[in-house]
Design a protein around this ligand. Structure first.
Ligand code: GDD
Ligand code: MN
Length: 240
């Protein structure tokens, strides 16, 4: 059966020159194997390690139909990187994931299948049900993630098990609407998106994923992001 759906993958990058060739190779592999139409939109924020040069090389290899480059001058944050990417997306579905190999492209065909099963508005990867899990995180990082999820579950009862993960598939118009209604900018953005989704009555499907800590490069999550998360959480608690 002819399938007219197209999937736009948004890949925000900041200093990911070692990871980008592998993640793109894997994305191409899994899309080719499953036969779905796709494009990969790389949003690089002027990475000092010249990730963009690597992306240009990859575009030569795979073609400008498949690898779309939408760079920005400087590091403007993850939330606005998504907004920037959506503007250029031509698919009717959008997949958001990290470029550092923490999110494995092998799960994408499962996301797509799940979406089709229930015609879900959002499919969210979850580390907190079934076979899902985390590998390579130290105790502090696990505590932060578990803690953030736990407090949010209690305060907001969102109807999804992994609130701070970002590996998700959205109907494009749904993501557009969510992004327009979200006020937070940093990492708390992921959590706000899923809270708003429930608020608007969107349906959410879940797929267990394993999250593997990056091998190359560093996480950009610091103490100030944690403070920002708590502020955002309290704001949502007070307003939704
Ligand atoms: N363009 C752009 N601009 N990309 C960025 C920026 C930015 O300012 N900051 C980070 N990125 C990219 C990274 O290059 C990577 O591809 C992705 O965004 C995630 O950044 P990481 O720094 O690797 O995040 P993390 O591993 O600490 O956090 C992950 O897990 C959290 C929950 O456990 C992310 O998925 C978070 O979104 C998530 O909340
Ligand atoms: Mn990471």
């Amino acid at each position: 059966m002819a399938d007219r759906d197209k999937y736009s993958v948004l890949l925000p990058t900041y200093n990911e020159r070692e990871n980008l060739p592998i993640i793109i190779w894997l994305l191409v592999k899994y899309f080719n194997e499953s036969g779905y139409d796709y494009e990969i939109i790389v949003i690089d924020d002027g990475s000092p390690d010249k990730t963009l040069d690597v992306a240009k090389q990859l575009q030569k290899i795979y073609g400008s139909e498949k690898i779309v480059l939408r760079p920005r001058e400087k590091k403007l944050g993850l939330g606005t990187a998504y907004i920037h990417g959506i503007k250029h997306a031509t698919g009717n579905f959008i997949i958001i994931m990290d470029a550092d190999l923490s999110h494995h492209p092998k799960f994408i065909p499962e996301f797509i299948q799940k979406q089709k099963e229930g015609n879900f508005d959002v499919v969210s990867g979850t580390r907190y049900i079934g076979d899902g899990g985390v590998a390579g995180w130290d105790f502090r990082r696990k505590l932060v993630s578990r803690g953030a999820n736990y407090i949010t579950q209690i305060l907001l009862r969102p109807g999804a098990s992994d609130l701070t993960g970002s590996f998700r598939l959205y109907k494009k118009e749904v993501l557009q609407k969510l992004v327009n209604s979200c006020i937070s900018k940093g990492y708390v953005f992921q959590m706000e998106m899923i809270i708003r989704a429930r608020q608007f009555g969107y349906t959410i499907g879940e797929v267990p994923i394993s999250f593997v800590d990056r091998v190359y490069g560093e996480s950009k999550l610091g103490g100030s992001e944690i403070i920002q998360f708590l502020k955002g959480l309290l704001y949502l608690f007070a307003t939704t």
